[in-house]
Design a binder for this molecule. Structure first.
Ligand code: S3P
Length: 259
């Protein structure tokens, strides 16, 4: 790069004959270097930049994914958490990274019923939906593993489902604060529990009731308002730590962690 009289480096397209950067018109058709905001960057922009940097640091090795798959056996990685916690978005990416199938319990319920979750709630009520949900998840855990399984927000509240998950899976709670959840559920909402009533109030009540139960999950990962890839990286790391502890307790060892 050529230093300007002011000592500032100019972009590479500048040949030093000009004392000012080319205007957009003069520069038409040439490749611009990435624009870096040198003034006050918005918090969101900073967060995105931090996330990108952090993600690069967290790049995991293929052996680590193999080690996770081996340690899993036929078990499923089961994502639990409130609506908007990112179970489906994170689950899909996690499955792709681990090269495992991804299953969304709500989608499977809809396929089994031939109706949407909202229609089942409206026509038959919540208790009927819960019975179906529990049966479908039991089947998915029995037949589907190893897989990444995203469950609906209420699924883990069912005692039978909890014990099935304990037996055939490793549970991961994607824990999120209220503003993150509200921001996400407001963006696109087809959820029957939020269809009537104030989402803020409904979500607060659900958090109060469900968080103590969600806390029984094997692993907790904080779901924040950062790109999903970053939450996936946190999840993989937490999973490796958990599997290592499990292997140690069983007298074995999980291979592939930087060795
Ligand atoms: C529910 C969450 C929904 C869906 C149903 C009930 C809940 O799934 O199962 O609307 O009780 O929290 P998501 O958590 O995937 O939105």
């Amino acid at each position: 790069m050529t230093p300007t009289p002011q000592g500032k480096a100019m972009p590479p397209h500048h040949d030093g004959r000009f004392e000012r950067p080319l205007s957009a018109r003069e520069n038409h058709g040439t490749v611009q270097p990435p624009r870096i905001a040198l003034g006050v960057a918005s918090e969101r922009r900073l967060d995105k930049g931090r996330a990108r940097l952090a993600e690069r640091k967290k790049d995991l090795k293929p052996e680590q994914f193999t080690a996770i798959r081996e340690a899993l056996g036929a078990r499923s990685i089961v994502l639990i958490g409130l609506m908007g916690a990112g179970k489906t978005a994170v689950g899909r990416r996690l499955a792709a990274k681990l090269e495992l199938p991804f299953t969304d319990a709500d989608t499977e319920i809809e396929l089994a019923a031939g109706q949407t979750v909202s229609e089942i709630f409206a026509e038959y009520g919540e208790p009927y939906f819960r019975r179906g949900e529990s049966r479908v998840i039991a089947r998915l855990l029995l037949e589907g593993g190893p897989q990444v399984l995203a469950t609906g927000g209420g699924a883990y509240m069912d005692e039978r489902t909890r014990s099935n998950i304990k037996e055939r899976g490793i549970s991961i709670w994607l824990r999120a604060e209220l503003p993150v959840l509200l921001h996400r559920v407001r963006r696109r909402d087809k959820r029957p529990l939020l269809a009537s009533g104030d989402p803020d109030k409904v979500m607060r009540e659900l958090m109060k009731k469900r968080y103590p139960i969600y806390a029984e999950a094997d692993i907790t990962v904080e779901s924040r308002d950062v790109p999903h890839e970053l939450i996936v990286a946190d999840t993989v790391e937490a999973l490796i730590r958990w599997l290592e502890r499990e292997a140690k307790a069983a007298g074995g060892k999980v291979r592939g962690k930087g060795e």
